[in-house]
Design a protein around this ligand. Structure first.
Ligand code: AP5
Ligand code: MG
Length: 214
């Protein structure tokens, strides 16, 4: 099963992608997490990506596409995967289609987690992320057991640099300009599925599973 998660920054793509990946034992591939790991490890890619990410801008397509295409050719992707945060532009979607067609495959579902902009800023300012293992929390909705400490790996959890309110507004603008057109793109392909992302996390998950198991 190959699934793309679509939605604005903070819509809950990562939260739901992790749960889907666990349920079906398939990898969760988050380009944002890959870039953050590269930043943490001080790689060349991380240095380049950081200059865009800190401003809420997209990393250029040429730095993203090969990274994902190489990743989904790995052995653990044989039964499918959940793509979270990719594709994010029409050229990325076209590059994905080209790469999949070349190996006789295609995406099964593009799930759009719909949340209005008005909810997003509040969600992001409450989010806390573990930069060590990628786990995410929310001060109100998913608190850690020990304040400020990741439940999974015991590292400190932080407010992501790009979750500061002024950067979130920029990310929303970039989303509407460059990523939202993918909704039309996948609607035309007949694989777009919509879920209401304002419901609580368990309800959103149930709605996604109902779609995948229909
Ligand atoms: P990325 O890491 O992908 O960030 P994003 O798309 O902006 O999305 P987020 O991770 O912020 O939100 P999410 O939808 O995963 O929400 P989450 O589940 O955490 O990308 C970061 C940057 O990397 C980009 O800005 C760009 O620069 C670069 N980049 C990445 N991919 C790229 C690409 N393909 N091309 C170019 N550049 C790229 O949830 C948010 C919060 O809400 C959490 O605290 C969560 O606990 C809470 N929450 C979730 N669901 C609910 C719910 N139902 N009710 C209440 N709270 C909820
Ligand atoms: Mg995410």
């Amino acid at each position: 099963m190959k699934i793309i998660m679509l939605g604005a920054p903070g819509a809950g793509k990562g939260t739901q992608a992790k749960r889907i990946a666990d349920k079906y034992s398939i990898p969760h591939i988050s380009t944002g997490d890959i870039f953050r790991a590269n930043i943490k490890n001080g790689t060349e890619l991380g240095k380049k990506a950081k200059t865009y990410m800190d401003q809420g801008l997209l990393v250029p397509d040429e730095l993203v596409v090969d990274l994902v295409v190489d990743r989904f050719k790995e052995a653990d992707c044989a039964n499918g995967y959940v793509l979270d945060g990719f594709p994010r532009t029409i050229p990325q979607a076209e590059a994905l289609d080209t790469a999949l067609t070349a190996i006789g495959e295609s995406v099964d579902y593009a799930v759009n987690v719909e949340v209005p902009d008005s909810n997003i800023v509040a969600r992001m300012s409450g989010r806390r992320a573990c930069l060590n293992c990628g786990a995410t929390y929310h001060l109100e909705h998913i608190p850690t057991k020990v304040e400020g400490i990741c439940d999974v790996c015991g590292s400190e959890i932080v407010l992501r640099e790009d979750d500061k309110p002024e950067t979130v507004l920029n990310r929303l603008k970039v989303y509407h300009d460059q990523t939202q057109p993918l909704i039309d793109y996948y609607t035309k392909k007949g694989i777009l599925k919509e879920v209401d992302g304002t419901k609580d996390m368990a309800e959103v998950f149930d709605a996604i599973i109902a779609i995948l198991e229909k």
